[in-house]
Design a protein around this ligand. Sequence first.
Ligand SMILES: *Cc1c(COP(=O)(O)O)cnc(C)c1O
Length: 361
Amino acid sequence: MKRPYNFSAGPAALPQEVLEQAAAEMLDWHGSGMSVMEMSHRGREFMSIRDQAETDLRELLDVPSHYHVLFMQGGGIAENAIVPLNLSRGGTVDFVVTGGWSAKSYKEAKRYCRARVAASSEADGYTRIPAQWQLSERPSYVHVCTNETIHGVEFQELPDLKALGCDAPLVIDCSSHIASRPIDWSRVGLAFAGAQKNIGPAGLTLVIVREDLVGHALEICPSAFDYKTVAENHSMYNTPPTYAIYTAGLVFQWLKRQGGVAEMERRARAKAELLYGYIDASGWYVNKVDPTCRSRMNVPFFLPDDRLNEAFLAGAKERGLLQLKGHKSVGGMRASIYNAMPLEGVQALVDYMREFAARHG
Ligand SMILES: *Cc1c(COP(=O)(O)O)cnc(C)c1O
């Protein structure tokens, strides 16, 4: 069965093989007579699914043993509160604001801690990563969003806080590019990611946190969101999102079969080069992000005249190219080309864009 190419920013396309496997196992998981949805989260069957998912994720991302892997709920937006509740420790928290998501994180954190903006590219319409950071004397942590899903800005290298004279842990919101490139854990204290962009279905949030950062939550932190409680209970303090963990586990196995994160990075580069290369060469479509920090995952682009947007989207849909409408705060179009998007999907988009420009240019 040939499915359309789905460019949704999230919840996003999953590998077809994963969906087929989930469908095949829906009524009876491995002879258990149960769907994964119907299993006790404390039973032997589900515990094996959970443990395998964690083992595979640790292998894929090369997570050091002194980091906890937590399977949580609430999404990236809940983490905007949960991280300061756990890590701010009554101190100041610095934010580097490079787009809609880090701006949102900063705004939410203000409710729980002394949050300040150490650098922002808002004045440039979030088209670059600010060069000069005014970090606090001793921040509790520094927050960055390493891939801005809405504005299409991505850190090509993680900031090295130590080199900037700062001992604080770096917190990264890597929701929309996790598993598309390696993570240098020597620079990261905590990474969080909602699953529904590049990992699996909505409902699961991954938190990978260095052990020494756990156990310092504010008094008001809900127990279910206290990283210490979650870690001590192996993410089973409350009922975890079992089916989402199972599906994410299938994605991790798919990633390993494809050649892991290194192969995903190679493919992401090829897909991004194809799409940005065409956009820039077209002289018709525009992407405004500084080429040094363009996202390999989320590619916002504009037509020369907004009045063509509806026709562009309708023609795309007819061709089996789905969910290309840009985020409402940015407008235009956005193609999200996560791990599950094959190069052929990006080629089909570029072919359509070329035809459309020829017809309307
Ligand atoms: C989608 C997204 C979020 C929010 O995720 P929710 O699951 O809606 O809470 C946060 N940060 C980034 C970078 C995202 O792409």
